[in-house]
Design a protein around this ligand. Structure first.
Ligand SMILES: [Zn+2]
Length: 252
């Protein structure tokens, strides 16, 4: 029995080679989240798939629905290959990190379309020489938000007091920001300015990365805050995180 032929836009997360010439490709699709596609003779027939099966590539994929989870990829029409990512190690590492976060967390998503749009915009921004630190912060923040995990930011998670020019602590396990009276001794210290920047960034479309100016303090503090949130929600530490840490150690 031949399955139905359907098409859906997607971005390649990664692939594994299979047998002599075949390839199994993980694709984040706008409609169904992550889908695995079996691409027969992908390594021999460049004509059928071209560069469309490389990581970070966005394409219109033609699938033949199978009985199980693994569908067959029939063809792909290239939308954007994002070749710029392969010319810069920092951006390539961040692209890999974004893809890994999506792989680890996409199963929890209810809104595949917006996660898909977020990943595409993030990769486009990195591909177009965007600021790596801004890209990472906005991507982490929005992914957490789209998955429904956003912590309390501008008020205390315990007593609900709205912050007014005062020191703030953060503990995601207790809901997010905490005032000094409610905070424990080991909670993360975060400036209200950094928390305000995160809250403001969430009011802007998840697809917009251009035009953000974030200071070093905000990048550092908000980065630590998001790292704490991600440690709680990820099933394991992303492998790409170690590589990113090595890259930033090299720079400083
Ligand atoms: Zn409080």
């Amino acid at each position: 029995m031949k399955g139905t032929l359907i098409q859906c836009e997607g971005v390649v997360l990664r692939y594994v080679n299979y047998g002599e010439a075949d390839r199994i490709v993980s694709v984040l699709t706008a409609s169904w989240g992550i889908k695995k596609g079996f691409a027969r003779s992908a390594r021999n027939s460049r004509k059928r798939f071209g560069p469309a099966l490389e990581p970070f590539t966005q394409a219109m994929f033609h699938w033949r629905q199978g009985r199980g989870d693994l569908w067959t990829l029939q063809e792909a029409d290239l939308i954007t290959p994002r070749g710029g990512l392969r010319t810069d190690l920092d951006r390539l590492a961040l692209a890999g990190y974004g893809v890994e976060l999506v792989e680890l967390l996409a199963a929890e998503a209810e809104d595949h379309q917006r996660i898909y749009e977020l990943l595409c915009s993030y990769l486009d921004y990195l591909d177009g020489n965007g600021d790596p630190a801004v890209a990472r912060l906005l991507f982490e923040l929005r992914l957490v938000y789209l998955l429904g995990y956003i912590p309390h930011l501008l008020h205390c998670s315990e007593c609900l007091k709205i912050f007014d020019n005062e020191p703030v602590r953060f503990d995601f396990r207790r809901g997010g920001s905490l005032c000094l009276e409610c905070a424990g001794a080991n909670d993360l210290e975060v400036g209200l300015g950094s928390i305000g920047s995160l809250a403001r960034s969430l009011r802007i479309s998840h697809q917009q990365f251009e035009g953000f100016k974030l200071g070093n303090t905000t990048l550092r503090e908000a980065g630590m805050l998001l790292a704490q949130v991600l440690r709680q929600i990820l099933p394991r530490e992303p492998n790409s995180l170690k590589f990113l840490a090595r890259l930033s150690a090299r720079e400083s």
